[in-house]
Design a protein around this ligand. Structure first.
Ligand code: SF4
Length: 215
């Protein structure tokens, strides 16, 4: 039987508070992220639970200073239960390496953790059902910078009617975390001939590198 996600989430929060009181910061973060993953893996909160093959909670370094957030798992991710492992994932990995990070040094996840059928955009109700998981991941991992990939991910952090071209290029603030919106790698693949898009993404990533002291 599926566990009650809300109950489990509050259990994670209680555990986090308790261990924080004991001053066990690293154990708190690691064990809490793993507990949260377990909750997500059992989630039935929205209709995407009925059509998914695997839940894709996220992947990477639980102490990451840099977090990438896309919109939803695609077909390859749904098959493997890992984020960004298809063609767009390979391009994201290249971008991460160009930024002088290894993939296992950053944390990668999506706004929704289950694949929408036929890779459609997630519905607002699905995002609303799933977003607390993402917010809990951000709170636990506490990165210095979040890079949002594509408009759906940007919309969760930045209230704006502007399109991606106007929105990208500058940091926004989410609590004490810098948020850099940029284009989704799958958009770059779909517009392979448009060199200007790649240039813009690289300009955005150079700003992130400079902020994080990467040369
Ligand atoms: S998309 Fe999110 S809220 Fe919906 S079933 Fe999957 S984990 Fe649960």
């Amino acid at each position: 039987m599926a566990k009650d996600p809300d109950k489990l989430l509050s259990e994670v929060e209680e555990k986090l508070k308790f261990l924080s009181l004991l001053g066990v910061e690293f154990v708190t973060r690691e064990s809490s992220v793993l507990s949260l993953e377990e909750i997500i893996l059992n989630c039935q909160k929205c209709p995407l639970a009925q059509t998914r093959t695997h839940v894709v909670p996220g992947d990477g370094n639980l102490n990451a200073e840099l977090m990438f957030i896309g919109e939803a798992p695609g077909r390859d991710e749904d098959m493997q239960g890992r984020p960004f492992v298809g063609r767009a994932g390979q391009l994201l990995t290249k971008i991460i390496h160009a930024m002088k990070f290894q993939r296992d040094e950053v944390y990668i996840t999506n706004i929704v953790k289950c694949r929408p059928p036929s890779n459609r955009n997630p519905h607002g109700t699905e995002i609303a059902s799933c977003k607390d998981y993402l917010l809990a991941q951000i709170e636990l991992i506490n990165p210095k910078v979040i890079v949002t990939l594509g408009k759906v991910a940007a919309d969760l952090f930045i209230r704006s009617s502007l399109g991606m071209t106007a929105l990208r290029g500058d940091f926004h603030n989410f609590d004490n975390i810098k948020v850099m919106p940029t284009f989704h790698p799958s958009y770059l693949i779909r517009n392979e001939g448009n060199k200007n898009l790649k240039k813009m993404v690289w300009e955005d990533m150079k700003k992130v590198m400079a902020f994080l002291g990467k040369k």
